[in-house]
Design a protein around this ligand. Structure first.
Ligand code: HEC
Ligand code: HEC
Length: 304
């Protein structure tokens, strides 16, 4: 399998690589030549002198050194005969990246298949107490999830912390597994146009008052009224959120997009969207099961 876009490149590569090897061969031979004027390579000083007394002696290359050059040249010729490397030449061994990948994957399947099968026999809660499974889970997490959730799984702006007991979509094994399998798309609409600046400020005051922050009572009262019209459908009447929609609890101290009033106002006026990709197409059932147990173990205690 080659992806050359034209016939020029295979020839370009073949000619440059072969010419390079031939030139190396010629260079080593040439360095090895005896002088033609009858003089001998016998350790006599050459004519140039540097720094008053530094002379170059007329010595042949040591043969171990020279043979090393020949060995590298022979190696490269052998390599290029056996493996693809010269333009479209497939190599005598028939090696390809694809067949090496297939071989390694089937070997891995042979080794790890039974291990994952035994993990699948345990439920998530039991597996979350199995230290070997958790080690595997951690490795999988670092490969597939740490990019977004951080290697400590503590998340960052817009990426939820998976180690606490505060869940957008629920922390039961089946909720976590559904998050990984199907992905999640939390969508908070933008209210800036409907509420205008004062309205956004008032609602933010109301929300912050729920978390016990210092707020202005008049603004809170006005904000509460707007909240009960516009926000209850998703964040619920007590503002504790709704896990079916991924609408966060607005009364706690955990903020996905920042705790400052500015950040809260930005969430309200511009809206927010969180996008967790679905993993079921490229992680098999066993891996997702182990990952679920790993995530479950991180929030130990807070299984809301
Ligand atoms: C491309 C970034 C990205 C990757 C990769 C990713 N996630 Fe997520 N994940 C998110 C975002 C963003 C959310 C929040 C979605 C929302 O706001 O609705 C989320 C939500 C979650 C949730 C729900 C959290 C809650 O509070 O209910 C879990 C569990 C989760 N991710 C686990 C994982 C695991 C395990 C992996 C690796 C297999 C992973 N994520 C990979 C971005 C990512
Ligand atoms: C259609 C459902 C829906 C409505 C209506 C809605 N929200 Fe949201 N809200 C969400 C979702 C879902 C999220 C989480 C977004 C994400 O995961 O990226 C969110 C996030 C937020 C956040 C950010 C929370 C954090 O942790 O950083 C604030 C603040 C907020 N909403 C306030 C409000 C207010 C105030 C209203 C009414 C004016 C409102 N929401 C109306 C669904 C809704």
């Amino acid at each position: 399998m080659f992806d050359f876009t034209s016939n020029f490149w295979p020839w370009f590569i073949t000619i440059i690589s072969s010419a390079g090897i031939i030139a190396m061969w010629w260079l080593v031979r040439w360095m090895d030549k005896k002088p033609t004027d009858g003089s001998q390579l016998d350790g006599k000083p050459l004519t140039h002198v540097w720094d008053d007394d530094l002379v170059e002696l007329n010595n042949p290359l040591p043969s171990w050194w020279k043979n090393m050059f020949y060995a590298t040249i022979i190696f490269s010729v052998g390599y290029l005969a056996l493996y693809p490397g010269l333009g479209t030449w497939q190599g005598l061994l028939g090696w390809t990246q694809e067949n090496q990948y297939e071989r390694e994957m089937s070997k891995a399947e042979e080794t790890f298949g039974p291990i994952y099968a035994s993990y699948l026999k345990k439920d998530v809660i039991a597996l979350a107490a199995d230290t070997d499974a958790l080690k595997t889970g951690r490795r999988l997490f670092n490969n597939y999830c740490a990019l977004c959730h951080g290697s400590d799984a503590a998340g960052s702006h817009g990426f939820p912390n998976l180690t606490d007991s505060d869940w957008l979509y629920g922390g039961k094994p089946e909720n976590i597994k559904a998050s990984i399998n199907n992905g999640r798309n939390g969508a908070m609409p933008a209210w800036g146009q409907i509420l205008d600046n004062d309205g956004v400020f008032n609602v933010s005051e109301y929300i912050l008052s729920l978390g016990g922050r210092d707020t202005n009572p008049t603004a809170v009262a006005a904000g509460k009224q707007k909240y009960s019209q516009l926000c209850v459908a998703c964040h619920s009447a007590d503002a504790k959120g709704n896990q079916a929609l991924g609408a966060p609890d607005l009364t706690d101290k955990v903020w996905l997009y920042g705790a400052s009033q500015r950040a809260v106002m930005a969430s309200i006026s511009e809206g927010r969207t969180g996008n967790m990709p679905s993993h079921k197409d490229f992680l098999d059932e066993g891996k997702i099961h182990v990952l679920t147990a790993y995530i479950y173990s991180l929030s130990a205690g807070g299984k809301e």
